[in-house]
Design a binder for this molecule. Sequence first.
Ligand code: VGL
Ligand code: ZN
Length: 207
Amino acid sequence: MDSKWTAPGSALIVIDVQNDFCPGGALAVPQGDTIISAVNRLIAMADLVVLTQDWHPRGHGSFASSHAGHQPFETIDVAYGPQTLWPDHCVQGTSGAAFHASLNAIPAALVVRKGMRSAVDSYSAFFENDRRTSTGLDGWLRSRGVERVLLCGLAYDFCVAYSALDAARLGFATAVVEDACAAIDLDGSRVAQQKAMRAAGVSLLSA
Ligand code: VGL
Ligand code: ZN
């Protein structure tokens, strides 16, 4: 990996390394916990670290349980477009929403919580799924002088990919460390999002 990704002007954004996305959790990503040692090595090398935390209120609109007659992993249409329905996960204050105990969260300068409004899901660290409501991360990074973002975490084909595509669109040089990510892979979403990231100019790296 080129040293520019760990130099001043670069930030590492660690996406959603939370218990519910790891084996035993409510929305377990296969092998979700096996990436954590690689994530911790990236954290140790980074100049600036941001963590994201999926942080839903009970009864959140992305939960299948909030939609009578629908099952997890179905897609429905909502005000801002298609929305995949998920098992209840990362409910604010629960152990499932906590960072995995193996994640070295100590060096993080900022924790961005997302998905906090019941009516709007939020995969990206930058914008909610309505694609308009900002989390404020763009401005925070710019005021810290960040020009390059390196991403890793869970899940590769949802929150990591959405965040990387937004970062590239916002004008950051953007890279994803693929072997520090794990995918849900719903209906081919892993390869589809990998293609989309490549097409957007996101560098796909190995640790
Ligand atoms: C995520 C689905 C629902 C993710 C979050 O972190 O990729 N996926 N909420
Ligand atoms: Zn979520």
